[in-house]
Design a protein around this ligand. Structure first.
Ligand code: SAJ
Length: 417
């Protein structure tokens, strides 16, 4: 199958880099997004998100005429859907962005097109997407009705890239390709082979959906194990960082790192899709989510206890992003912790976050300071994110302050949390 024109629906953290790597392979790429600001920014050869090296590639793709953004879908050979799949209030999956994408592309679909769902999705979402498309285009045939004879091919190919390393991982990682039929898989495989240097491995759509959810749940469960250990160690007076490094010397033990909780848009969300599909069976997966969600409150309690020793405590919180060396504050446990501390009026709160210039609206009562000034004033120092910049800090400067190190970066031997 030949793909000259490829349309990517959703130009966020996954869609934009993917659109750009297709453009770098000299395909005509039409990026579609509902956000006019994102569309305008991309058409100027700039980016509206943060990802290393992406700005250069987008600039090159746009200026050479291979990438163009629009709010209105146009005809193409393949459509790749990379829209958000959040959960609702009750933690059930919200497929409304996929539904809206299906409605948007349906009018421009034509016989021979391939539609790929990249968004992390609950099992059955690809079939649901095909059903929405079929309902909107009764003049075309789809794999759920016509099997291998269908006019339109539909597949799921979940993204698996790590924020901060997206451009490298897009090309190097293996891809799981789950077609609704073998021909759908073959078509999707030839699309991804345009830029993927890893293996493109074929399965069915439901297995591909479950595979992505499994990967993120595996990580969540393993982080929960580390977080639970950290809270147990706090009680029994054992340094969790030392403990983990010792246990990991066993040839078959590999424990992850405790932290202030699990953030980002993926690991804290995707396991709930498994829980929703089989609530009575998904016991470990649900408990892991609960353990990880409880960790920010545990840290807040530790800070409150420490603050109780001072009349007017000054607390310096180091780091806000959801993990190290990025500026992404989305679903960040560090933000949640600072919010809770402010709400509880624990004391004066300073925030040190070298990756942002202003604090989010919910943290306006705190003050953004550089590390030096925050340290000068602080009674209590809370390390929330293990940014590279914080590693360079002279740890003698922390004395005689109370240090609550949620990442084990400065004080592995002093104050495990
Ligand atoms: N974290 C810990 N301890 C650890 C590792 C991570 O507390 O030992 C925390 C981080 O600080 C962060 C959260 O977990 O708050 C998630 O960070 P992460 O680096 O584990 O993952 P993400 O969310 O940036 O990206 C994940 C990746 N999935 C896996 O590694 C299985 C990525 O490959 C996926 O593509 C991405 O989710 C996604 O989009 O689904």
């Amino acid at each position: 199958m030949e793909f000259q024109t490829i349309s990517v629906i959703g130009l966020g953290y996954i869609g934009l880099p993917t659109a750009t790597v297709f453009a770098a392979r000299q395909r005509q790429v039409i990026g579609v997004d509902v956000n006019q600001h994102a569309v305008d920014t991309i058409n100027q050869g700039k980016i509206h998100i943060v990802e290393p090296d992406l700005d250069m590639l987008v600039h090159a793709a746009v200026s050479q005429g291979f990438l163009r953004a629009t709010t209105k879908p146009e005809a193409a050979d393949a459509f790749l859907i990379a829209v958000p799949t959040p959960f609702k209030e009750d933690k059930r999956p919200d497929l409304s962005y996929i539904e809206a994408a299906a409605e948007a592309i349906a009018p421009v679909l034509k016989k021979g097109n391939l539609v790929v769902l990249e968004s992390t999705s609950p099992v059955g979402a690809t079939e649901q997407l095909a059903a929405w498309l079929a309902a909107a285009r009764p003049d075309l045939t789809f794999p759920q009705h016509q099997g291998e004879q269908s006019d339109i091919r539909v597949a799921h190919c979940p993204e698996r890239v790590l924020p901060g390393h997206v451009l490298r991982e897009l090309v190097e990682n293996d891809r799981i390709i789950g077609g609704m039929t073998p021909k759908c898989s073959d078509a999707a495989q030839s699309l991804y082979e345009l830029f993927v240097r890893g293996n493109c491995i074929i399965t069915d759509a439901r297995t591909a959906e479950m595979c992505k959810l499994t990967e993120n749940s595996f990580r969540d469960v393993n982080i929960a194990f580390a977080n639970e250990l950290s809270m147990i160690c706090d009680k029994v007076g054992v340094n969790v960082w030392e403990l983990i490094s010792l246990a990991n010397r066993h040839p078959r033990v590999s424990i992850l790192q405790p932290g202030p909780g699990v953030g980002g848009h993926c690991i804290a969300v995707d396991p709930w899709f498994i829980v929703d599909a089989a609530p009575e069976r998904a016991k470990i997966i649900r408990t892991a989510r609960e353990v990880n969600d409880s960790k920010p409150h545990f840290i807040v309690d530790r800070v409150k206890q420490a603050a109780g020793r001072f009349k007017d405590p000054v607390i310096a919180c180091f780091g806000l992003s959801f993990k190290s060396n990025i500026d992404d504050l989305r679903e960040s446990p560090a933000v949640e912790i600072v919010e809770e501390l402010l709400k509880a009026k624990v004391g004066t709160i300073f925030v040190v976050e070298p990756h942002v210039r202003t604090l989010p609206a919910s943290l306006q009562e705190a003050e953004l300071l550089d590390a030096e000034r925050a340290l000068n004033h602080a009674d209590i120092v809370v390390l929330l994110v293990d940014h590279q910049q914080f590693r360079k800090l002279d740890t003698d400067r922390l004395q005689p302050r109370i240090v609550i190190d949620t990442r084990g970066m400065w004080s592995a031997k002093r104050n495990p949390a």
